[in-house]
Design a binder for this molecule. Structure first.
Ligand code: PMP
Length: 367
């Protein structure tokens, strides 16, 4: 039996663990920040018809530059943020993870450094490593906020080529003030200049407006988004970004040709055409998120204020024990490896009730 360590694998991958939220078949799955609502009937019908219409032409490669899709994504961003972007400013790929990977292929790489403020999205360091980019994990404050002075100091010390900001941040659910992003951008331009990536995967769930208007006059700023959360389309694999058209040109140098299949493009377009219905679900999720925050607080737990579709709560003497106890009650939440804390995704009302009931029982059992 050949073991992984016997292979002539790159040194920086030796001993590393793959990304892996457990995909367990339990009644209540609240561990990967998915949208709990299935596709509405109107979307299913439209999608079925649209895929039938292109099926015969699948002998041909897709539109390599996904112009129609990028045009509709640009329209969505412009309509919902009040900041007009054109398709030349928008790029799309298979999930925002692939968008981030392409950014690092073009702006990171061997001899270059990416920096983020942890705890944050665990894929930022993993994608950095995969692209040969060195990773610096600077720290957030104990309450998970990011003071602008500390962020600027970290940039001055490490002189990164790529800076990751995540707002609302996974796993803390906290959003960044506009001024912090401006201060980080200015520091990053002063010391290098470097690319500043704002990961807005959860923007639609925030109490605060999108940071997208900051793109104005900032050619090295990038805002990434995804259809996996607000659009309830995690299975589609469609992420996108808005930036200066020159950034999009840079990504054309590293993307694989025809990376977005015809089926993906058609599916994403159908979801965008049904966006009013899909975004109504976002409002329901936000109400449920606020209820979960309130009820966890009423249980006497610490709860981090949430701008996302998930909630970080604690603190537990050993969060792995509480995670297991919840699983025994049929509820899967996420242990993100933060001592004392667990993360729960806001699901449907029934799922959240099941989670809250299970947690009350677990807390009583452990008293
Ligand atoms: N960014 C953040 C902050 C996330 O939490 C996630 C998904 N968990 C992603 C990006 C990637 O999402 P996707 O690849 O599905 O677009």
């Amino acid at each position: 039996m050949t073991r992984l360590e016997d292979l002539p694998i790159r040194d920086e991958l030796r001993g590393k663990k793959p990304y892996g939220a457990p995909q367990l078949d339990v009644p209540v799955r609240l561990n990967t920040n998915e949208n709990p609502y299935p596709a509405p009937d109107r979307l299913v019908q439209r999608l079925t018809a649209d895929i039938a219409a292109v099926a015969r032409d699948l002998n041909r490669y897709p539109d390599r530059d996904a112009v129609r899709l990028r045009t509709e994504l640009a329209r969505y961003l412009s309509d919902t943020t009040g900041h007009v972007v054109t398709y030349e400013q928008v790029w799309a790929a298979n999930g925002s993870n692939e968008v981030l990977q392409q950014l690092l292929q073009a702006f990171g790489g061997p001899g270059r450094v990416a920096l983020g403020f942890e705890p944050s999205y665990s894929m930022h360091p993993i994608i950095s490593r995969g692209t040969g980019t060195a990773w610096v994990g600077a720290r957030r404050a104990a309450d998970f906020t990011l003071p602008a002075e500390a962020a600027v100091a970290a940039i001055e010390e490490h002189r990164p080529d790529v800076v990751f900001l995540c707002s609302p941040n996974n796993p803390t659910a906290t959003a960044l003030p506009r001024e912090t992003v401006v201060a980080v951008y200015e520091a990053a331009q002063r010391v290098k200049p470097s690319l500043v990536v704002v990961d807005e995967a959860y923007a639609e769930f925030s109490h605060h407006p999108s940071l997208l208007p900051l793109l104005d006059g900032r050619p090295n700023l990038v805002v990434t988004r995804t259809m996996s959360k607000a659009f309830g389309a995690a299975g589609v694999r469609l992420g996108y970004l808005a930036a200066d058209p020159a950034v999009v040109e840079a990504l054309l140098l590293v993307r694989l040709p025809y990376h977005l299949s015809t089926v993906t493009q058609v599916t994403a377009l159908a979801a965008l055409a049904c966006r009013d219905e899909l975004l109504e679900n976002v409002e329901a999720i936000k109400r449920e998120r606020d209820r979960v925050v309130a009820e966890l607080g009423a249980m006497g737990l610490e709860v981090v204020p949430s701008d996302a579709n998930f909630v970080l709560f604690g603190r537990f003497p050993d969060q792995a024990v509480t995670w297991r106890a919840l699983l025994d009650h049929g509820v899967l939440v996420r242990d993100v490896g933060l001592p004392g804390w667990l993360r729960v995704t806001a699901g449907t009302e029934a799922e959240n009730d099941a989670f809250l009931d299970a947690l009350r029982t677990v807390l009583k059992e452990n008293r």
